[in-house]
Design a protein around this ligand. Sequence first.
Ligand SMILES: Cc1cc2nc3c(=O)[nH]c(=O)nc-3n(C[C@H](O)[C@H](O)[C@H](O)COP(=O)(O)OP(=O)(O)OC[C@H]3O[C@@H](n4cnc5c(N)ncnc54)[C@H](O)[C@@H]3O)c2cc1C
Length: 238
Amino acid sequence: MSHPYGGRSHYSVVIVGGGQAGLSLSHCLQQRGIDHLVIEKRSLVHTWRTQRWDSFCLVTPNWQCQLPGWSYLGSDPHGFMVKDQINEWLAGFVDHVKAPAIEGVTVERVSRDGERERFNVQTDAGLYTADQVVVASGGYHRPIVPRLAEKLPAGVRTPFGHTHSQQEEIYVIAEGSGRIKLDDEVHDLRQWDILRIGPGVMRNLEAGSDGITLIAFGAPLGEENDGEIVPGWWSDGE
Ligand SMILES: Cc1cc2nc3c(=O)[nH]c(=O)nc-3n(C[C@H](O)[C@H](O)[C@H](O)COP(=O)(O)OP(=O)(O)OC[C@H]3O[C@@H](n4cnc5c(N)ncnc54)[C@H](O)[C@@H]3O)c2cc1C
């Protein structure tokens, strides 16, 4: 493996993750003259480009956007930046910090090297060692699945219908019973029924007296979202 920054593989500090937290720490360490390396598995501050929807807008006002040495200086401090503006502002932060960073490298394991009182940082591009490791890898790694998604409780009808323009889905009724409305038709469902629902079909589920658990299968469509949700689509007493 070839190491950047003069071929070094040992640093006083290794920072896992090149988001705003990792870069903020890099800025502070640079001010104190502490050598370090930021290891980022994709690209610096990519989450704001790759994990936000097109119409995304901050929920925090612009005046609150204050990173170390990098504040919002625009003309609308009480406004809320939209996706492109945030990314432009963060690109400025990346230029400002000039972190010693490697991108496209994933940290796979951090362990203590007891004998030498330092850490081994195993990456998919080889081993680094550090006196200290700071994990700044973000806070959204475990998906939160609402309880409602595990099982639709007795008598509950989902408050929206939905359809997909391209996706074909297979539903397996894993437990319970209920009904499903597919376009104009309502069908009863029992455990182990299997439904194949083509693109363009609007569907809405209702649990029977013992609730219903459904497993949905669909081919991956990458980051594209081809779904449409229609609140209150099955609102009559059928
Ligand atoms: C939908 C959404 C809306 C939000 N809206 C706002 C808002 O309006 N205002 C606000 O202040 N905050 C908002 N936040 C919160 C804000 O985005 C986060 O608090 C912030 O991005 C956290 O920065 P971070 O550097 O800790 O993590 P991240 O930005 O998640 O960065 C972590 C980095 O670590 C990298 N990484 C992870 N694992 C590894 C690994 N094993 N090896 C190497 N690199 C790794 C990732 O690729 C990533 O680049 C929002 C968050 C979300 C998800």
